[in-house]
Design a protein around this ligand. Sequence first.
Ligand code: GLU
Length: 488
Amino acid sequence: MNQTPARLRVAPSPTGDPHVGTAYMSLFNLAYARATGGAFVLRIEDTDRARYVATSEQQIYDTLHWLGLDWDEGPDIGGPYAPYRQSERLETYRPFVEQLIEAGHAYYCWCSTERLAGLRAEQQASKSPVTGYDRLCHGLTREQRAALPGFSETPVVRMLVPDDVELAFTDLIRGEVSAPRPDDQVILKADGFPTYHLAVVVDDHLMGITHVVRGEEWISSTPKHLLLYRWLGWPEPAFAHMPLLRNTDKSKISKRKNPAARLTWFLEQGYLPEALRNFLQLLAYPPVHDDEDVSTFEEFVAAFDWAKVNTTGPIFDLAKLNALNGHYIRALSPGDLADRVAAFAVREGQWTQPSQADAALLRRAVPLVQERLVLLSEAVPKLAYLFTADDDLVVDPDALAKAGPDAAAVVRAALVALEALPDWSHEAIQVALRGALVDGLGIKPKFAFGPVRLAVTGSTVSPPLFESMELLGRESSLARLRTLQSLL
Ligand code: GLU
């Protein structure tokens, strides 16, 4: 265990439904914060006003809380370095921009977007080895620049990236890493907002972040960030770049192409947060216990080590997640499972708020399906026949057509046997039906109970029949048998 308390952060941009990568980053950041007795910070990076989505921030809170990835400081709970929302920190960034300009590390640029687009097109057409901004504005006053074409009234501020910029850095996961030479990065936009690159460095420094842990896509930005640390005279944090999550065909998981890239998708599908958390622990990271995927967050934390992270983009294998979800569903107490099924079903519109009687019935019913559930979403459809009024139960017409010549006799004999049954337990129901149908009518067990199942559940495939009848009660069970009798 590392004894120096580390401060880590996750810094999502509220640009839509949160990406599953945000949960993945949060999990690893949080694990190291807990392993070192440090702190985990949530910072909202909302400086890109064009991509800002108002509902996104709440979704970030909701999905991370759902996963149990709780932060020690953040916009919603405050903390010693508040505010934690970048749009509320604009005054903080400004003096550092001035400082960099005065020191000659940054300069105003008045080039219009049209000029920059033209420049890019030209460089591409001529296959120029020189790419990026051509520094037209560098060293010019506003008046001098205004006299040239492609002038815009509202300038941006750019970094003056030196020729000898250090491109290599040490990564906790990857060791020595080398990135391509950066362009003269814009750090302050025309709208007065800092870009990500300036804001991330200023905030990580001011918030005392000791370890910057983020996705692999930010490796190419790190040399720019390191320049800013050096120019501002600040100590560098440690860096760890996590691998990008991949599809089975190795392509990058994207919100546009993969439903599973959206964190809320997992809630909508009926995954348990503990299963998704356990699944994320196994992405590019070895299981805590050999040959056993299941482990708690506490076990993950206790054995945590950056050196164990694999740099190959991990495959996002939903079959493995489903297996874990089934495991965690089986591990729940029936009461807990029923509560989660009800909360899920109401939230996702499968069910209206259940009455007390229905809630109690669900608690008694979930053990019938618990062993085979993969997703919470499967429970209510599988058990719907228990919550349907007898008159509203739809008997599968295909099954009815194929009910066979014995069906009417089976239902008649079942009714006789059950009407007289003194004890309405599933054991007594089974004994009575077996006696009446298998022994009495001489029908093979394989066929004997089919018509009864069809009557009671409306289908030929259902959770256990005798237990279902016990839960439904005598009156409902008999009413359903009589209805089928009239249909045959
Ligand atoms: N706001 C950045 C993002 O959305 C954060 C990157 C970082 O962690 O530095 O990915």
